[in-house]
Ligand binder design. Sequence first.
Ligand code: P6P
Length: 336
Amino acid sequence: HEADAYRTDLMTITRFVLNEQSKYPESRGDFTILLSNIVLGCKFVCSAVNKAGLAKLIGLAGETNIQGEEQKKLDVLSNDVFVKALVSSGRTSVLVSEEDEEATLVESSKRGKYCVVFDPLDGSSNIDCGVSIGTIFGIYTMSHNDEPTTEDVLKPGNEMVAAGYCMYGSSCMLVLSTGTGVNGFTLDPSLGEFILTHPDIKIPKKGNIYSVNEGNAQNWDGPTTKYVEKCKFPKDGSPAKSLRYVGSMVADVHRTLLYGGIFLYPADKKSPNGKLRVLYEVFPMSFLMEQAGGQAFTGKKRALDLVPEKIHERSPIFLGSYEDVEEIKALYAAEE
Ligand code: P6P
């Protein structure tokens, strides 16, 4: 029976990645081990985020826990879990986290061939009001066996070998690409497994949603202003677009990926490089968008072609449905 087969032939994320990796005869399972540690971190954060509200409600997450220690903030806790899981995996050499000013250079006995850049809990300012938040990550490979340095992650996004995010919302969903398309896995808490629920995600070629913080409109440059104006007052008689803005990148990007449309965090007079970070927000989301048939643009170039000079560098970003991004690219080109 089809239904039974579906229920008993569980395509877990580990099995899915093992299948994918088996295409590379030279692979020794390192990536699969790395990914299983990222998955462990996501399961921990999912559980902690879901308890956070309850803990706050019944006072557990107050200033001190029973040992009288300072109760760590969820984003610090999440960062600790990811760093420890990644270092102990023995498959990484450089880690960059939104939470840490400096990169983590793994000690020689635990070094591996991957570098992971991540935001352990992006949008964490939204936890208290119950808005979806997420973990975002990107993966590079080391190109040498010498001492690792931050140079090993100051590479264009087009050299990433994998990227993904985990969204902690009404369900816990991990969206991943290893360079051959995008797949979505939903956590089944009764099994503690991420199960394939959204195979081969493709973003609609064009959408009718634009996603931007209109509160910054007075500071936008010409092309962004023109584009948003066009979304609201189309000249060609087409219907105006809907505005959807959560203010949590993972939630806004996930909706854009599934429903289509465009997500914008433009430069503005106050922040000429926009707000979002290149390594662990712009690159992973741009990687996923391209893999899903969409595109990602900085206002000047293809986002994945950016070469970061600092690990916490920011960039403006316009990403989403291919044709929607084409329109804003044309407006910036006209400005040149
Ligand atoms: P603004 C959350 O703080 C975040 O880093 C992203 O998740 C989100 O897309 C953006 O900032 C929201 O920024 O300025 O619109 O509040």
